[in-house]
Design a protein around this ligand. Structure first.
Ligand SMILES: NC(=O)c1ccc[n+]([C@@H]2O[C@H](COP(=O)([O-])OP(=O)(O)OC[C@H]3O[C@@H](n4cnc5c(N)ncnc54)[C@H](OP(=O)(O)O)[C@@H]3O)[C@@H](O)[C@H]2O)c1
Length: 287
C-alpha cells in the first residue's frame, strides 16, 4: 500500500496522526490512546483479542479479515484432521511404533457423522469440502439458517442435537461470552461414546481438564488441537505427550499478507467512500 504512510507500534511518533489501526491482539489501552482513530482492521478472522480490551473505543468501527485464501487453508486443515480421525491414523501410528500388524474395522465416509460448531465463513467452506468426500455433515450456528445439502442446527437446543449425532465435532466458533468453555464435560457426555474433536477455533472453547478426563474415560477417543488457553503451549503441558491428542501450534489458517493486503485496502477505501463496510464486527454480539 505505497499510497499510505505506515507507522509500526510501538514507534507511532504522534498518536494523533493515526487514522487506521491494523491489529490482531493489540495491547490493552493502545487503541483508546489514538484520539483520531477512524477504523480498526483486524488482521485475523477472530476478533476476541481486540474485543477483550475493556478500554476499546466503542465508537470506532471494526472490520475483520475474511480472506478466501485463509478460508481454503482452514478447510485443508479440517479435511486433513477429520480424515486422520476417520481413518484411525492415531491408532495405526501407535501400531507402527509397536510393530503390530492389525487391521481395524473401517467405516466409509458416508457412514461418519461430522458436526461443525460455527457454521460461518470457514465452517461452511470446510463443511462443503468434507461433504464432497462423502461425510455426513451438519452445522451449528447462533441464528437458524438454511444451507442446502446440510442438516443445520441453531441455539441451545440445536447444540444438544448436533452433539448427539456427531462422531467428529469440529469447532470453528469465535470466542465470545456464549462460546467460552463450550466443549466441557457436559458437552463431551452428550456426544456418542468414542467421539473425537477438532478445535481450530480458540483454546478457551475447550475446558482442558474436562477433555483430559473424557479421554481418560474413553468417552472421547481423540482430540486434534490447534489452539490453546495459553499459547505457546508450555513445555510440560500434558497435551504434548498424550497418545490421543494431536497438537499443532496455531497454524490452521494463518494470515497471508499477499492476499490480505487488497482486503485491507478495500476496507479503508469503503470507509473513506462512505460505502457499507464488509465483515463489520458487532461488538455486542462478540464477533
Ligand atoms: N486456528 C486458526 O488458525 C484460526 C484461523 C482463523 C480463524 N480461526 C477461528 O475461527 C473462527 C471462525 O471464523 P469465521 O471467519 O468462520 O467466522 P464467522 O464467519 O463469523 O462464523 C462464525 C460462526 O459461529 C457461529 N456462532 C457464533 N456465536 C455462536 C453461538 N453463541 N452459538 C452458536 N453459533 C455461534 C456464527 O453463527 P451465525 O451464523 O448465526 O452468526 C457463525 O456461524 C474465528 O472467530 C477464529 O476464532 C482460527
Amino acid at each position: 500500500m505505497p499510497e499510505r504512510e505506515f507507522r509500526y507500534w510501538p514507534e507511532l511518533c504522534d498518536p494523533e496522526g493515526i487514522d487506521y489501526a491494523l491489529v490482531w491482539q493489540p495491547e490493552p489501552g493502545l487503541l483508546t490512546s489514538l484520539p483520531n482513530l477512524k477504523l480498526i482492521v483486524c488482521l485475523g478472522a477472530g476478533v476476541d483479542g481486540i474485543l477483550a480490551d475493556p478500554s476499546l473505543p466503542r465508537h470506532v468501527p471494526i472490520v475483520r479479515l475474511v480472506d478466501p485464501y485463509m478460508t481454503d487453508t482452514m478447510s485443508e486443515y479440517v479435511v486433513l484432521q477429520v480424515l486422520r480421525l476417520h481413518r484411525q491414523d492415531l491408532d495405526y501410528r501407535a501400531q507402527q511404533r509397536a510393530g503390530e500388524w492389525h487391521e481395524r474395522a473401517q467405516k466409509n465416509a458416508c457412514e461418519r457423522t461430522v458436526g461443525i460448531l460455527g457454521f460461518g465463513t470457514m465452517g461452511q467452506d470446510a463443511g462443503r469440502k468434507l461433504r464432497m468426500l462423502g461425510f455426513d455433515v451438519a452445522g451449528w450456528s447462533r441464528a437458524p439458517k438454511d444451507v442446502p445439502g446440510f442438516a443445520t442446527h441453531a441455539g441451545a437446543a440445536g447444540l444438544d442435537a448436533i452433539l448427539a449425532r456427531s462422531e467428529i465435532v469440529v469447532c470453528l466458533l469465535p470466542l465470545t461470552a456464549a462460546t467460552d468453555g463450550i466443549l466441557n464435560a457436559g458437552a463431551f457426555a452428550r456426544m456418542p461414546r468414542g467421539a473425537a474433536i477438532v478445535n481450530a477455533g480458540r483454546g478457551r472453547h475447550v475446558l482442558e481438564a474436562d477433555l483430559l478426563m473424557a479421554l481418560e474415560s474413553g468417552q472421547i477417543s481423540a482430540a486434534v488441537l490447534d489452539v490453546f488457553c495459553e499459547e505457546p503451549l508450555r513445555p510440560d503441558h500434558p497435551f504434548w505427550r498424550h497418545p490421543h491428542i494431536i497438537v499443532t501450534p496455531h497454524v490452521a489458517a494463518e494470515t497471508h499478507p499477499a492476499t490480505a493486503v487488497s482486503i485491507v485496502r478495500e476496507a479503508i477505501h469503503c470507509f473513506e467512500a462512505g460505502l457499507p463496510l464488509a465483515n463489520r464486527v458487532v461488538p455486542a454480539r462478540g464477533y
